[in-house]
Design a binder for this molecule. Structure first.
Ligand code: GTR
Length: 328
């Protein structure tokens, strides 16, 4: 009798062990694209997101972050791959993404936000969340925004102290129409280019300069080949985490919810890392001997005035622009 009970107990334990092994073995193995190196704040946000998804789905969904541009350094091409389901998840800049969903452009207009707090009120409020959901039209699922601070100009030639100093300068921009129009409005000559090509283009003087936030200026090593950085803060271009709609639809509704909630839960973590990296990167640029030009409010006003005519080009979104500017 006891022998039989013992055998039943052993069998029951084996069944439980097999069942729990099944829940820990992933049903889905996904790839997440990221251009930045491992310690960069967006990569750390991606890693936290992937961890939360794994915990929340009890191991059913496993996401590997492929950072450092291992899967390519052209974000526009990555968006296309994600639309087709060849890439599962991607963390990309909103500028190339806006090429596929035009209304998103308004979030990247020069000087549209008073400061970083204003931008976050817009992004986490109804306007930002509606725009994030609208990437659905491009066969993507918008998961969350991450911080990318403010972008400014840098170059290898000279200090830029006024709008006039930009005249005729060949400036690399992201592969999108809006930043091209912006450089034109400021008197420069825009050159769209994939991220991975910028360092050598600066080094070989194919371009005179580029524009980006402090952490990218340092982590892409652009400071080595373009030592003049002018803090004009012309745009705030948020980062976005997207999923392929085709891929996400393979999950149960409950697991899709876990994915959405995990993305939202990773935002504050990324923002805190961003704030630190922004300060540290500015300090690194100083320590490396970069020539940093801080502009007076009057000169910033000149930059704002020069880009103002661009707003007319987005008159289809005039209401949206007004709503963004009105957010307090
Ligand atoms: C960075 C952004 C990257 C990439 C890069 C660029 O700030 O995080 O995703 O878009 O700018 O200018 O190419």
């Amino acid at each position: 009798m006891w022998k039989r009970v013992f055998i039943i107990l052993v069998l029951a334990a084996a069944v439980v062990a097999i069942a729990s092994a099944q829940t820990t073995k992933p049903q889905f193995e996904f790839k997440l694209y990221e251009i930045h190196e491992t310690s960069y704040p967006t990569t750390q946000g991606d890693i936290e997101f992937a961890r939360l998804v794994n915990v929340g789905t009890q191991g059913r969904v496993h996401i590997t972050v492929y950072d450092n541009g291992q899967l390519g350094s052209d974000e526009k091409a990555i968006v296309e791959q994600t639309q087709m389901g060849a890439m599962d998840f991607a963390r990309i800049s909103l500028a190339p993404l806006a090429q596929f969903v035009p209304a998103l452009n308004v979030l990247t207009l020069p000087y549209i936000y008073r400061d970083g707090d204003h931008m976050w009120k817009v992004l986490s409020g109804p306007i930002g969340q509606k725009l994030l959901a609208s990437v659905d039209k491009a066969n993507l699922v918008g998961l969350c925004y991450y911080d990318a601070g403010a972008r400014s100009f840098y170059n290898s030639k000279k200090e830029i102290k006024s709008v006039a100093d930009l005249r005729g300068m060949k400036i690399r921009v992201q592969q999108a129409k809006l930043p091209m129009d912006m450089v034109t409005a400021l008197g420069g000559s825009p050159t769209p280019m994939a991220t991975g090509d910028v360092y050598s283009a600066l080094q070989t003087h194919v371009i005179d300069g580029a524009e980006n936030n402090w952490p990218s200026y340092i982590s892409f090593s652009h400071f080595e080949v373009a030592k003049y950085y002018t803090v004009d803060g012309h745009t705030r271009v948020p980062e976005v985490l997207v999923a392929s709609k085709i891929v996400l639809s393979k999950l149960t509704k409950a697991d899709q919810d876990v994915v959405m909630k995990s993305a939202t839960a990773s935002v504050e973590y990324q923002k805190a890392l961003w704030a630190k990296s922004d300060k540290d990167s500015e300090a690194k640029a100083k320590a490396a001997g970069c020539i940093i030009t801080y502009l007076s409010p009057a000169t910033i006003a000149e930059f704002q005035k020069a880009v103002q005519p661009m707003y007319a080009g987005y008159s289809d979104f005039a209401d949206l622009i007004a709503q963004i500017q009105a957010v307090q």
